[in-house]
Ligand binder design. Structure first.
Ligand SMILES: [Zn+2]
Length: 89
């Protein structure tokens, strides 16, 4: 059961990079009985996408795992590219 969108714990900043809401883009709205029950946002700064009904551990930067938080969006600070996984058939 989804929480109503108005009851969601919505961080004021991007959970991943800390950008403010002015850089967010609303991607989708989920409806149940003609009521919005969740929203999906996309951060224009780091390209992270999340649903506002996800657990607080994922939405709150202070509660997120340290490895999942970007300290900067400066690409020169990330010199190693992780190759995409190969599909095994
Ligand atoms: Zn971001």
């Amino acid at each position: 059961m989804y929480r109503k969108a108005e009851e969601n714990i919505m961080s004021l900043d991007c959970p991943r990079c800390g950008a403010n809401q002015q850089l967010f883009r609303l991607e989708h709205k989920g409806y149940e009985n003609n009521t919005i029950c969740w929203n999906v946002y996309h951060c224009g700064q780091c390209s992270y996408t999340w649903r506002d009904t996800e657990d607080k551990k994922l939405l709150d930067r202070a509660s997120r795992a340290r490895w999942s938080i970007m300290q900067t969006t400066d690409p020169t600070c990330y010199p190693h590219n992780i190759p995409p996984p190969t599909n095994k058939e």
